[in-house]
Ligand binder design. Structure first.
Ligand SMILES: [Zn+2]
Length: 147
């Protein structure tokens, strides 16, 4: 068993503690670091799970990337892709909905693509979610080359 972040060998207790808290296999140090990120940014555990799944798939994601105005859940900088995890569609207010769309417009103007992923997709279809994001990344890469 190794930490998904630093590849350090971890024991069964470390694995159990990180799986229970975050749903990702991490060493004690990385569990602590990620918990701090969650406290600071109100990051969802689904964002953490997706981050490590994308990292494992070789997509080089960045967690809680500061875009100059706000923190983006996950960013893939080389193709300027921002990924936001929607926590609960039922909880979204109309103000939040239009503000999300405005945010997407502003980042688009700066050359960034923003995709919003419902947390349920990550919870139930993590592999498919990763496959689709990898598809979006290669699509964006092709577009960058075409310019
Ligand atoms: Zn680690």
């Amino acid at each position: 068993m190794t930490c998904k972040d630093c590849d350090k060998n971890i024991g069964p207790q470390e694995k159990q503690a990180s799986m229970e808290a975050l749903g990702v296999q991490l060493c004690e140090r990385h569990t602590r670091l990620i918990k701090r990120v969650i406290l600071q940014n109100d990051t969802s555990v689904e964002a953490i799970q997706l981050f490590y799944a994308l990292k494992e798939a070789g997509a080089h994601p960045m967690l809680e990337w500061w875009d100059g105005k706000k923190s983006v859940d996950i960013a893939i900088s080389r193709v300027k892709l921002n990924i936001e995890i929607d926590k609960d569609y039922n909880m979204i207010t109309h103000e939040q909905a239009i503000s999300d769309l405005e945010d997407a417009m502003h980042s688009f103007k700066n050359g960034f693509t923003t995709i919003r992923i419902p947390h349920l997709a990550i919870k139930y279809y993590l592999d498919e979610t990763v496959t689709n994001i990898l598809g979006i990344i290669s699509g964006l890469k092709a577009n960058i080359k075409a310019i």
